[in-house]
Design a protein around this ligand. Structure first.
Ligand code: B12
Ligand code: SF4
Ligand code: SF4
Length: 358
């Protein structure tokens, strides 16, 4: 059991209770020593090009693997996990051309996680300590610090799986000068001989257990700038943002994740499980940004969501739908050559789908 070294800071048990109000069900403590293994993995993957130009934690591996860069006198990292799995799933709308959104982006799950962690950080600061919160930030490798805190193991799909709960969790942490007893026992591997995520990835992006080739991962392909490589456009299918396949096939995450489901309505945010791409392609950049601005879109340029939408149209829209063809006609004469090329591809794909195979 972890205990603070002074009476003025909240106990570990008090922290667990406090964050529970914010949907955080799992908390652990890690030492703030440099994460040397992860640092070498980041450097190695960068050298092999597996980051495919991604910045995030790759931008400065020496910083993202050293909690003391943020808090030089850090003694502990308090790590937290919050489920984003829901009991029921919204159904696709019956109008327009619906595109799927990754579960983690249906509503903003990071904000309630950060609010919970900030509540604790404020108490630690009141007690005279330094305390900084990180969640999906470039300065901290969230999975690796959570693994060190004993929250879970690295699955073959690279996600951190929590024992008895799976991987549908977002992760965050507080680096603090307060002293809590760190975890020293890593959670043992729970994947065993299972390889369902490797087999279930639509683009073979899991090139070895726990190793993702960014250039093949649809989650990155839908976020990154530039044209979507033609070889992956069919695999995009109806996705506009995020990809859940390697988790949706995971028996542990699907079955045991149900023990920690959340209620989507609680935050009052609009639930964005589906996006009508026909409506999106008819919207202005300002309108798209107003709806989806919290998503990570390269350079905050809405053209990348339009690009994704065009691919979804080609893959899933009714080839005989005149509204669909009219939208593609418009985009074929757009000023943006990348959108023109994607509209041409979508048109050709619709034609191909309209023609029955011989
Ligand atoms: C960059 C990034 C991405 C990139 C690259 C993902 C990747 N695997 O590297 C892209 C855009 C593709 C992505 C996608 C997703 N992401 Co992301 N992403 C990040 C980010 C910003 C950095 C991750 C990172 O440092 N990667 C670098 C590599 C080195 O780390 P790694 O893949 O975790 O590698 C570890 C394992 O390979 C392990 N390892 C090493 N050797 C071996 C050997 C074996 C056998 C095994 C099993 C493991 C193993 O050690 C490595 C280092 O710790 C973090 C937030 C953060 N600040 O940490 C979120 C984060 C990892 N993403 C998250 C989520 C939710 C997703 C998606 C599910 C979103 C979606 N639905 O589309 C997908 C999942 C894709 C996947 N299978 O990984 C969550 C993951 C939560 C969890 N339970 O694991 C995070 C932690 C955000 C958060 N704070 O909650 N993401
Ligand atoms: S997120 Fe999708 S594309 Fe990326 S590794 Fe998982 S299943 Fe493959
Ligand atoms: S699908 Fe199987 S191998 Fe992949 S993470 Fe889940 S349990 Fe592990």
């Amino acid at each position: 059991m972890s205990r603070p070294d002074t009476a003025s800071v909240p106990t570990f048990e008090e922290i667990e209770r406090l964050v529970r109000d914010h949907g955080i069900t799992h908390v652990g403590v890690a030492s703030p020593d440099i994460l040397h293994d992860t640092r070498s993995v980041l450097h190695r993957r960068k050298r092999r090009g597996l980051h495919d130009g991604m910045q995030f934690t790759y931008r400065n591996p020496d910083r993202s693997t050293d909690p003391r860069r943020a808090v030089p006198d850090a003694h502990s990292v308090i790590v937290a996990a919050r489920s984003y799995l829901t009991e029921t799933e919204p159904s696709p709308p019956s109008t327009g051309v619906p595109a799927r959104v990754g579960r983690y982006a249906w509503v903003d799950h990071y904000e309630p996680l950060r609010v919970g962690l900030r509540t604790v950080a404020a108490l630690l600061r009141d007690a005279g300590h330094r305390a900084l919160v990180f969640a999906d930030d470039n300065s901290m490798v969230d999975r690796a610090i959570a693994q060190r805190a004993g929250l879970g193991w690295f699955g073959k799909n690279a996600n951190l799986l929590l024992p008895g709960a799976g991987s549908f969790f977002v992760l965050g942490s507080i680096v603090t000068s307060a002293r809590y007893e760190p975890n020293t026992t890593p959670v043992s591997d729970g994947c065993g001989t299972c390889v369902r995520c490797i087999d279930g990835c639509p683009t073979d992006a899991i090139i070895a257990p726990g190793v993702i080739d960014g250039a093949r991962c649809l989650s990155w392909i839908l976020q990154k700038p530039g044209p979507i490589p033609v070889e992956f456009r069919r695999a995009v299918h109806d996705r506009i943002y995020g990809c859940d396949d390697c988790q949706d096939v995971c028996p542990i995450s699907v079955r045991l994740g149900r023990r920690n489901t959340i209620d989507l309505d609680v935050g009052g945010d609009e639930v964005q499980a589906y996006v009508d791409v026909l409506a999106l392609l008819d919207s202005t950049d300002a309108e798209i940004e107003a709806r989806h601005g919290r998503w990570w879109i390269a350079g905050r340029e809405m053209r990348w969501l339009r690009r994704n939408a065009l691919v979804v149209i080609g893959n899933t829209a009714d080839p005989a739908d005149r509204d669909v063809r009219a939208v593609l006609d418009r985009y074929r004469s757009d000023d943006d050559p990348i959108l023109v090329e994607h509209a041409l591809w979508a048109d050709a794909r619709l034609d191909e789908r309209a023609t029955p195979a011989p």
